[in-house]
Design a protein around this ligand. Structure first.
Ligand code: DGL
Length: 269
């Protein structure tokens, strides 16, 4: 048993898709969230820059005495997981393996689509994971770099013409591939789920990488005897590197809970 907080980080608001599921599964756990909103997006940056930012994010959470870390960012998980987990004194969870396992179990025709940032697609991390979990799987990947800025700006609705025009263009390859299962390989993308589902159609199963990882981490914390013994509702704290108010408005809408007054703006070095 361990009552220290669980640390979660992302480049922006996307990692809240993991936090939302984590809170549902483990309501009495304390959670510290870091969104590097001053430097989002990470996905179009070089490998060196992503590693440097990820190290700073992880170090910040570790200074808060976390008992486990969720890298709720596919870009960092696919590019810097080794660098972060190697030095960390706590269990570190990535967002690639859990959704890959779900996709491998869910596909009927062996055709799996992956959408993610430019860095995630460039890394080939999903192809490697899926190739291991389901040998012979046909994987089609598509980078969707404008989805993150759209989500960060609250532009996610299927009624939004800009969202649908961009999404149709990005998803055309997947539609043509015949994939019956598509991994939302960026934790921001579930915010655009309505638009993505409308374009891909009801026959395609969408897998949320943040939620899948929260489910996996929750089970592993139990196995490692790291769950909180406290019966009281957990405390959540949010840290961002840009304006806290804008983050709180989006976060409250997304989490379906008022998080005003829980966010602090910090500087990362
Ligand atoms: N949520 C991050 C991911 O899962 C966003 C990446 C970005 O900042 O571009 O990849």
């Amino acid at each position: 048993m361990n009552s220290n907080p669980i640390g979660v980080f992302d480049s922006g608001i996307g990692g809240l898709t993991a936090v939302k599921r984590l809170i549902q599964l483990l309501p009495n756990e304390d959670v510290i969230y870091l969104g590097d909103t001053g430097r989002v997006p990470y996905g179009s940056r070089s490998r060196e820059t992503i590693i440097k930012y990820a190290r700073q994010d992880a170090a910040f959470l570790l200074r808060h005495g976390i008992k486990a870390m969720i890298i709720a960012c596919n870009t960092v998980s696919s590019t810097a997981f080794e660098e972060i987990s190697r030095d960390a004194p706590v269990p570190v969870f990535d967002v690639i393996e859990p959704p890959s396992a779900l996709a491998a179990a869910s596909t009927k025709n062996g055709k799996i689509g992956v959408i993610g940032t430019t860095a995630t697609v460039r890394s080939g991390a999903y192809e490697r994971a899926l190739g291991r979990l389901l040998p012979g799987a046909e994987v089609t990947s598509a980078a969707c770099p404008l989805f993150v800025p759209l989500a960060e700006n609250g532009r996610t609705s299927p009624d939004d013409l800009a969202v649908m025009t961009i999404a149709r263009d990005y998803l055309a390859r997947l539609l043509g591939s015949g994939a019956d299962t598509v991994i939302l390989g960026c934790t921001h993308y579930p915010l655009l789920r309505g638009a993505i589902a409308e374009i891909l159609g009801g026959g395609v199963t969408l897998i949320d990488s943040g939620a899948a990882t929260a489910e996996y981490a929750s089970a592993r914390l139990g196995e490692l005897d790291l769950r909180s013994p406290s019966p009281a509702p957990g405390v959540r704290r949010y840290f961002v590197t840009d304006d806290a108010e804008g983050f709180e408005a989006l976060a409250s809408r997304f989490l379906g809970a008022d998080v005003r007054g829980l966010t602090e703006q910090i500087t990362l070095e």
